[in-house]
Write a protein that binds this ligand. Structure first.
Ligand code: 9YW
Length: 422
């Protein structure tokens, strides 16, 4: 296939149009602020668009929202907008820069490493790396300290939004144990996008309950760890953090060697030693676990393949996963469906219950390369390109028909196309 299958200028234009002055919104209207993992992926696109200073600035703006304890929030409310719910007043965070109170998959360090390695302006790269390293280290230390206080090696998440995979079927059971919010609210998402492509009200009622719960607990880490009604060891976050930690330690080499780097090394080793607790022989895939019940969450999802990206899988686990990808891609040929197409909960158009997301496909392809499976990585590239062939950069794609879904003119889709599929 001749590359690229998409209009490069169009992809660059999306980044410019979504740029609100140093930070890029995922798409106008639906998501009018800066999101954590979107920002990292989008920085890759700015780099490919030839604007190195702008790529670095995206990450610097993200860290402007970092909390004193090291957490990088999932949303940074740099400006005001009334097209999104829940906004800063609902989250109730009183910091100078308004943010949400949870985080998102920490792909930041991996992106910093890629930018640093690709950068042509070496002086700028050294300067930006020095500026970004302390915050990035603090972010990783936060994950291990606050989200794994018992040193199990497996960090936990307090909200489906934290996973970045909001309504994945993996969260159905733990979320059903969360009470519903007791006040009325108006969703904004279904005013922008077809409700058939979004989570249901019964899920939103619980998402908002949790937002209230964090506020009621004054964002106190100990209190939330002890009493949060949703506490899941999320295989996606764990795998992405592991990869990012490897990348961060590589960047620290010959620059920083202190208690923080030694602590990060020890954390990575703990994760590698514990990961088999999240392997399911029955499903031939990694899974998440509800820490409140101790039960594995038996869903075959794209998150369960991400341990390849984190290089956490044994060779036998990697080849078992690889075998299952045959049927996975046959059943849903446009990218890697976020939920396995044979699963009862599979819905090819509904958000994280089956559509294909190009930035996830990219991470999985990198994982496949790390396990010496270049043909499969190439296949993932081709099925991702197939999504773009109608010429538009959607939030995500129906994995059975290839139809674009969710928001249009979407930053991370344009960015990952520029970075990966050009
Ligand atoms: C929401 C911005 C974000 C992504 C998440 C995705 C969605 C926001 O959009 O969440 O309100 O549901 O699930 O991964 O970062 O693109």
């Amino acid at each position: 296939m001749n590359r690229p299958v998409f209009d490069i200028e169009h992809a660059k234009r999306i980044l410019r149009d979504n740029d609100l002055g140093g930070y890029t919104v995922p798409t106008k209207g639906l998501y009018p602020f800066q999101w954590n993992w979107d920002a990292a992926i989008t920085a890759l696109g700015w780099m490919e668009a030839g604007d190195e200073p702008r790529a670095w600035l995206e990450l610097e703006m993200l860290l402007k929202g970092q909390w004193d304890n090291g957490m990088v929030p999932h949303i940074i409310f740099h400006g005001e907008a009334d097209t999104y719910f829940p906004g800063p007043e609902v989250w109730g965070v009183e910091n100078a820069v308004k943010t949400s109170a949870i985080s998102q998959p920490p792909v930041l360090a991996t992106v910093v490493r890629i930018l640093f390695e690709q950068s042509k302006d070496r002086a700028l790269a050294e300067q930006k790396l020095a500026a970004l390293l302390p915050g990035t280290i603090a972010c990783h230390l936060w994950w291990y300290r606050e989200r794994d206080p018992e040193n199990t090696g497996l960090v936990c998440s307090y909200h489906p939004w934290e996973s970045g995979m909001d309504n994945s079927p993996a969260w159905d059971h733990p979320l059903s144990a969360v009470p519903t919010v007791d006040w009325e609210y108006t969703r904004r998402d279904t005013g922008h996008v077809d409700a058939a492509e979004r989570p249901h009200k019964h899920q939103y009622d619980r998402y908002i309950y949790l937002v209230d719960f964090f506020k009621r607990n004054r964002f106190d880490s100990d209190a939330i760890y002890k009493s949060c009604p949703y506490r899941v060891q999320d295989i996606g976050i764990i795998a992405i953090l592991q990869r990012a930690n490897t990348d961060l330690l590589a960047l620290c080499q010959s620059r920083i060697d202190d208690d923080s780097t030694r602590s990060l090394q020890a954390s990575s080793a703990r994760t590698a030693a514990a990961i088999n607790e999240l392997w399911s022989d029955e499903l031939s895939c990694f899974v998440s676990r509800d820490t409140l019940t101790g039960q594995q969450l038996k869903t075959i999802s794209c998150a369960g393949v991400l341990p390849l990206f984190g290089e956490l899988a044994s060779p036998a686990q990697a080849s078992a996963i690889n075998e299952s990808l045959d049927r996975w891609i046959d059943g849903a040929p446009f990218g890697l469906a976020s939920t396995h197409p044979d699963s009862e909960t599979f819905e090819p158009q509904r958000y994280w219950r089956g559509p294909s997301w190009l930035h996830i496909n990219w991470m999985i392809a990198l994982g496949l390369e790390a396990y010496q499976m270049p043909e499969r990585a190439e296949q993932l590239k081709q099925v991702s390109e197939a999504c773009l062939e109608n010429g538009d950069f959607w939030e995500y794609y129906n994995s059975v028909t290839g139809e674009g879904c969710g928001g249009g003119e979407f930053s991370w889709t344009a960015a990952i196309a520029l970075h990966w599929l050009k």
